[in-house]
Design a protein around this ligand. Structure first.
Ligand code: RIB
Length: 302
């Protein structure tokens, strides 16, 4: 089976449920509190592994109890952890509030994730070499991401960048991305085009294609997703479910795409599978607690 290498963040998510999101300066009493393994990188690695992918991860945790729990969860899910290093200091932590409409607000303290360097990528280069697909997000240092993308392309790998949390990226990063998976807001930030209608999405996507991205899949939440390359555009509707927590929906979608594409499925099949995975993810609480297995996806009646 072709392997997938995920390069990215691991965070312990500290999650509180609230009726409404707090306003500036407001103190609210929430309901449940949960500690849940998360981090966009680890979520995508676990998502891909639960869906049948052969996955390794490159990243860093701290030498605290969160770091151990995050590593243990990856091992439980059969993600190869040989390329995850333990640093002195704190692991990444995300403070998350989820409201009654299943929407979330997230603040990340990156901790060890921001200590991932270009030298670390060299030290873990076998993880990239042994894989066909490399999946990256934006919760580790930008210089490291740029280097990892360059190395991956030099080694002939298929690169997927999930540009979250979005920041403006230089052209020499973007040119090494084969597949970009932004949501509308992320695409707006990356392209500089403000998005109010489908035509704006096309304009914004064209800006990215001109910069060298080969393919884009723009996730549109409950509306669906849109594939674009230089020659074609294809819309896929989402599956309707009762959403209770949207945390990690985008991660589950990117993880699912990486598995399908590494199994040589068509874009159409990959998007359909990823839409099902994203839909199931929002029916459960939390990040890695909500990522479905391949059997759950195949047996669910959509
Ligand atoms: O995408 C969801 C993730 O964003 C959370 O698990 C949190 O850790 C942040 O990285």
């Amino acid at each position: 089976m072709k392997k997938i290498c995920v390069i990215g963040s691991l965070n312990m998510d500290l999650v509180v449920n609230v009726e409404e999101m707090p306003k500036k300066g407001q103190t609210l009493i929430g309901s449940n509190f949960n500690e849940i393994p998360g981090g966009k990188g680890a979520n995508q690695a676990v998502a891909a592994a639960r869906l049948g992918g052969d996955v390794c991860m490159i990243g860093k945790v701290g030498n605290d109890s969160f770091g151990q729990s995050l590593l243990n969860q990856l091992k439980t899910d059969n993600v190869k952890t040989d390329y995850i290093q333990i640093e002195d200091g704190a692991s990444g932590v995300a403070i998350i509030t989820v409201d009654k409409n299943a929407e979330n607000a997230i603040v990340v303290s990156p901790g060890a994730n921001f200590k991932l360097t270009e030298d670390d990528i060299d030290r873990c280069i076998d993880g990239i070499k042994e894989s066909s697909t490399v999946v990256i997000q934006l919760e580790t240092p930008i210089d490291t991401i740029k280097y990892a993308l360059e190395k991956s392309k030099e080694l002939g790998k298929f690169t997927i960048l999930n540009p979250a949390p979005a920041v403006k990226l230089s052209d020499d990063i973007i040119k090494n991305v084969d597949l970009l998976t932004p949501n509308e807001t992320e695409l707006e930030i990356l392209s500089g085009v403000s998005i109010n209608c489908e035509d704006d999405i096309k304009k914004a996507a064209n800006v990215m294609l001109e910069k060298g991205v080969k393919q884009l899949i723009v996730t549109l939440g409950s509306k669906g997703s849109l594939y674009l390359d230089k020659d074609k555009m294809e819309f896929k509707k989402s599956y309707k479910v009762n959403a209770i927590d949207t945390t990690a929906a985008g991660d589950s979608y990117t993880g699912a795409l990486s598995v399908s594409l590494s199994q040589n499925k068509s874009i159409d099949e990959a998007m359909n599978f990823a839409s099902k995975v994203g839909a199931l993810c929002v029916t459960k609480v939390g990040a890695q607690t909500s990522l479905p297995t391949v059997d759950e996806v195949l047996n669910y009646e959509f």
